[in-house]
Structures are given as C-alpha cells and as structure tokens.
Design a protein around this ligand. Structure first.
Ligand SMILES: CC(C)(COP(=O)(O)OP(=O)(O)OC[C@H]1O[C@@H](n2cnc3c(N)ncnc32)[C@H](O)[C@@H]1OP(=O)(O)O)[C@@H](O)C(=O)NCCC(=O)NCCS
Length: 431
C-alpha cells in the first residue's frame, strides 16, 4: 500500500444519532477510533448515546479518514484510521463582540498510519474550510506541545493547577459582598451553561464551553452517575445568582480533599465568595483546581498567600489567526492605548499563507482601524506569535525568546502597550 496521503479518503459529515438515540454507524465508528486514540475505556451504550447527543447538540462536524485499500480493516469493522472534529464557538478578546472561532479536537491517527502526512492533510483542509466559512480564528488544546505551531497555532493562554489549604490559614483580607448557599447538584446542572455565559462575557481568553462540558455531574469514568458532586452558588446583594462551584470530596473522612470540577464566577465577589465557601467546609484540608488563572486574584485576596500552592503550569489554549484584519479590528484595547491613538504595523509570516502580510492597527477613542498595508512593518513575527500577542502574552517576552523581531525601535514597547491584558487572559473550558 502506498504511504502517501493520496492512499486515504477523508469523509466529513455531521455527527448524527439514530431514532432510538444511539450514534449512527459512521458517528459510532468515529467515536470508537477517538476512544482508542486517547486510550480511553470504551463507553457503555448509555454513555455513547449521551456523548453522541452532545456532538449533535453542538453541531459537530466529524472528519474520518479511511485507507482506500483495505478500508474494512483486519477486524472487518471499517473504523477510521484517523479522526478530527470541528465545532463553532466564540472567543473573548476583550472587544465589544465575542470573536467567532472554529474549535478543533479529537485529533487522532492510528499508530500504523502515522507520519504519512494524515494530520497535515486534515489540518490544512480544516483551516482552509474555516477560512472559506469566514472564521477569523481557530483554537485548540493539545496533549503534546510540539505539534501545532507548524500549522500556525501559538500558545494563547497558560493555566495552572492549584492546591489551596482550606484549613485555618485560609483568611481573606476583605469579606466579599453577597452570600453563598449550598444547592443540590441536580438543581444546578441545567443552569451552569447560562452562568458560564456571564463569565465568558467578562473574561478575556474565555472560549465557548462545549456541550457536555459538565459531564462530571452525570459521569464518573464515562460510566455511572457520578456520586457525591456537591455544589454551591453565589448570590449578589440583589439575590441574583452570579457564580457557582461544583466539587467532589475525596480521601480520608477527617481530611478530605475537595476536587473542584468548576468554579465559575460572574463577578469578583462571586470569585472570592466561592473560594471562601470551599474553605468553610468542615473536615476538608485542601481544595484542588486544575484550571486556575495563572495570576488570578485569589492569592492577593488572602492574608497568607502561601495558602495557594501551584502544582503545575501548562499551555492550555492555542490560537491560530486566519484573518488578521478581522481579529485586530474586533479585539479590545485599553483606554490608554485608545487615547494615544498610536498605530502599529505588524509583518506576519504564515507558512500556510492565510495570515501572511503587513497589517496596521490603530485603536482610537471611537473604535479601531485595522487594514492590510503594503509594507512598513515595525515588527516581524510568525502567525503563531500573533496568536500569542492577541491574548496578552507580552511582546517583550516573545522578543526576548527570539520569536519577534523589532524592525523599528520602540515597536516592541508599543505592542506591549497595545496588546496588554490586565490581570491576564483566563480560559477554563478546556476541550
Ligand atoms: C499527533 C498525531 C495526530 C500526528 O499525526 P500524523 O498523521 O502522524 O502526523 P503527520 O504525518 O501529518 O505529521 C505532520 C507534522 O507533524 C509532525 N509531528 C507529528 N506528530 C508529532 C509529534 N508527536 N511530535 C512532534 N511533531 C509531530 C510531523 O513531523 C510532521 O511535520 P512536518 O509536516 O512539518 O514535516 C498522531 O501521532 C496521534 O494520533 N497521536 C496520538 C493522539 C494525539 O496525541 N493527538 C493529538 C491531540 S492534541
């Protein structure tokens, strides 16, 4: 058999279910290959239905790759040898409107078919499809850090995992307003999507939450109904719910560890209040959260900031600019940058061509002007680093790392001023 991509056929189709709710055969075969690719246990029939329903709900478009010869495979089941899925969502870049984005995940290639260019063929086709559909941005999360930069993706948001000592050392400088009440997890479950929207609208770096994101309410290990998920909500002074936390208590009875599945705050008081609630839970020693902001307000809110221990820092969200003019125009800029009315011209390299060129951006008091210009780049950078800059990664840092070249003196400082995200971008809907 030939080892070139031409030896493979790509099928692109919307996820679908049968009348009885079971995944339709092509969707089912695709799901099986994804499970295998991530070494996950095969789901029960019930879990497979639920997952297929989520894919349908979010309008997921699946890509399944089959060999032209021997399509049925040795086992005769005809499962694809490679998978990819796209959904559509929005990204908060601090502007007046959320920015539409294609979201990619479930990227797998079976071991026997690797390094033959299947991923490259899938990715190039998907990026072209996103451009054709008018998406200015594509985003993904990764399991390995060295794969996606070649396709123009840059590290947009870093996150950290934290373990917080919820014992007597936990004390806030100032009491948050409003109050926190415990609620039944089943009551909260249908409300989390709406509460997330509030967080999404106020948080630079946030990305649409995929359907089924809160599967921790219903699944443990993809199987049974998860037991022991506990929940609480924060209510503001008017009694409006503006945040929630969902967690499971694990470990020894007297010193439980609270594993926080999600802490979603639609206000600063909700954020501090929900953490304080976790700390007030008896018989628990710590609370862990996998996706905390890299430099969020929690440690500043504490009398003893060492109560927060970072256990891991990782690249979380990756972004790929497809239309620089559109993203530069729809991105938010701080009041000082707008008042100054300064222009920056960015020379962008893009091996795939989509975002290559010189682009000028000038935020001002009444809006933002962005356009393609002929030349005069003050900075030169790869499209992957434009993705990083847009989410507030400092131009100074990227230049020190040898990634951005300053053509005109002062341009790095200008980029720092324009693209700063005070407090840092935060993304908590890993997909
Ligand atoms: C990662 C994976 C999708 C790559 O698929 P593939 O079809 O073998 O990749 P390709 O042959 O198209 O290679 C595309 C490029 O990526 C590079 N590449 C592929 N896998 C890589 C890896 N693991 N690390 C670094 N580079 C990698 C190739 O060298 C090639 O580079 P080039 O085109 O610039 O010469 C595949 O190995 C896989 O399924 N792994 C397990 C699941 C996984 O990790 N998925 C990623 C989820 S984020």
């Amino acid at each position: 058999m030939s080892t070139t991509p031409a030896a493979y056929v790509h099928e692109v189709f919307p996820a679908a279910v049968l009348e009885d709710g079971a995944p339709e055969p092509r969707t089912e075969a695709w799901m099986q290959t994804v499970n295998q690719g991530f070494n996950s246990e095969a789901p029960t029939a019930e879990a497979a239905r639920r997952r297929a329903a989520w894919l349908v709900e979010e309008g997921a478009v699946l890509r399944a790759v089959h060999p032209v010869e021997g399509r049925e495979g040795v086992d005769g089941l005809g499962r694809p040898v490679a998978t990819f899925v796209r959904t559509e969502g929005t990204v908060n870049l601090g502007g007046a409107e959320l920015v539409p984005a294609r979201m990619y995940t479930s990227v797998t290639v079976r071991p026997a078919h690797r390094r033959r260019g299947i991923l490259r063929t899938m990715m190039e086709a998907e990026l072209q499809a996103a451009v054709d559909a008018g998406f200015p941005l594509a985003v993904l999360t990764v399991t390995e850090g060295s794969i996606y930069q070649r396709f123009g993706f840059g590290t947009a948001v870093r996150s950290r995992s934290v373990t917080v000592d919820t014992g007597p050392r936990f004390a806030l400088h100032r009491q948050p307003s409003g109050r926190v009440e415990s609620v039944d997890a089943a009551w909260l479950e249908p409300r989390v999507g709406e509460l997330f929207e509030r967080f999404h609208a106020r948080t630079v770096g946030s990305v649409t939450r995929r359907a089924g994101w809160s599967r921790y309410f219903t699944e443990a290990d993809g199987e049974t109904r998860a037991r022991g998920v506990r929940a609480a909500v924060h209510l503001d002074d008017d009694g409006t719910i503006d945040g929630f936390v969902a967690y499971t208590a694990k470990g020894e009875f007297e010193a439980r560890e609270l594993q926080v599945h999600e802490l979603v705050a639609g206000s600063d008081d909700a954020y501090r209040g929900l953490w304080q609630h976790l700390a007030a839970i008896d018989l628990a020693a710590t609370a862990t959260l996998e996706a905390a902001p890299l430099n969020g307000p929690l440690q500043y809110a504490l009398v003893d900031q060492r109560v927060v221990r970072t256990t891991e820092v990782y690249d979380d969200l990756w972004a790929r600019v497809l239309d620089p003019v559109a993203v530069l125009r729809s991105r938010g800029y701080g009041p000082l940058a707008r008042a100054a009315g300064l222009e920056l011209r960015l020379g962008v390299r893009d091996a795939l061509g989509h975002a290559a060129g010189v682009f000028a951006v000038r935020p001002h008091a009444d809006g933002v002007e962005a356009s393609r210009v002929d030349d005069g780049a003050q900075l030169e950078l790869d499209v992957s680093d434009l993705g990083a800059l847009l989410f507030g990664n400092a131009a100074t840092t990227l230049a020190a790392a040898g990634r951005i070249d300053e053509v005109e003196p002062g341009a790095i400082a200008l980029a720092d001023g324009l693209f700063a995200v005070p407090g840092g971008a935060y993304f908590q809907s890993h997909f």
